[in-house]
Write a protein that binds this ligand. Structure first.
Ligand SMILES: NC(=O)c1ccc[n+]([C@@H]2O[C@H](COP(=O)([O-])OP(=O)(O)OC[C@H]3O[C@@H](n4cnc5c(N)ncnc54)[C@H](O)[C@@H]3O)[C@@H](O)[C@H]2O)c1
Length: 253
């Protein structure tokens, strides 16, 4: 049975992705800073729960060692754990900036390094990093978040080049706004409304976690055997369309 690790799997996109990969036949390791025992148990007997902070080198190295000892080299890694923050750039503190980089960028570097070594030894593996449309363009009041996601796209492209010739593919998905706990919290701050997003997106809706989990599962699979180093928007056309909202809304009849 092939093993897939999903970070940030307690809720939201990570949990839906863990379920989707389990349905595709993987032994899924759910990891999160929250307890994930119940989520793993609900997926089935082959799901494994490991709790810890993804920004900790000691935790990531220990987790990778345990998984290798129990199951051998992992075939798939999904770097999904992340935090968001909405704050004017001039009010963003160094602590906030560093925490963002630690979780959203250092975490994926540590997991890519730890599991990438195993995949390189095995000569096969697929990594999917969950970036964002905020990794492809600027979004006002999200300087730390956006920088972390641009960095994750850069990490993806660099590792794809460095490891592609040794059987390890590295890709990213770049979702638009998804209806998850993160969105509930962000929208609760009053920063935007449902209509703001629906008007901006050509397909006139938020992403659903399942839309993104499907793209991740594809990129992780052998069906994507020659796809390496892409940052795939899963955004209903958001980044492809630079029209102004009033013009877009005219097309909706
Ligand atoms: N929700 C959106 O609109 C949206 C859009 C684009 C990209 N994304 C990205 O998708 C990913 C998942 O987001 P979501 O919407 O499901 O958010 P979420 O807040 O519902 O879930 C994030 C998960 O990451 C975990 N986490 C946070 N810090 C951690 C740490 N230090 N170590 C381990 N786990 C940690 C949380 O406990 C949580 O379970 C994130 O990387 C996010 O940036 C989200």
């Amino acid at each position: 049975m092939n093993t897939a690790i999903v970070t940030g799997a307690a809720q939201g996109l990570g949990l839906v992705t863990a379920r989707r990969l389990a349905a595709a036949g993987y032994r899924v390791v759910l990891t999160d800073v929250q307890d994930v025992t119940a989520q793993a148990a609900a997926i089935g007997p082959h799901a494994v729960a490991i709790s810890g902070d993804i920004s900790s080198e000691a935790f990531v190295e220990d987790m990778a060692g345990r998984i290798a000892a129990d199951f051998g080299s992992a075939q798939v890694l999904v770097n999904n754990a992340g935090i968001s923050m909405i704050q004017p750039a001039e009010d963003t503190t160094l602590d906030q900036w560093q925490r963002m980089m630690a979780i959203n960028l250092q975490g994926p570097f540590l997991t890519c390094r730890a599991f990438g070594k195993q995949m390189l030894s095995a000569g096969k593996g697929a990594i999917v990093n969950v970036a964002s449309v905020a990794g492809l363009g600027g979004v006002i009041h999200r300087c730390a978040y956006n920088t972390s996601k641009h960095g994750l796209v850069g990490l993806t492209r660099t590792l794809a080049g460095e490891w592609g010739g040794r059987g390890v593919r590295v890709n990213a998905v770049c979702p638009g706004w998804i209806k998850t706990e993160m969105d509930v919290k962000d929208m609760g701050s009053g920063a935007y409304t449902n209509a703001d997003i629906e008007n901006r997106v050509p397909q006139a809706r938020f992403a659903m976690p399942g839309d993104v989990a499907e793209a991740i599962t594809f990129l992780a699979s052998d069906a994507a055997a020659f796809i390496n180093g892409v940052a795939l928007p899963v955004d209903g056309g958001w980044t492809g369309d630079i029209s102004w909202d009033a013009l877009r809304l005219k097309t909706r009849g």
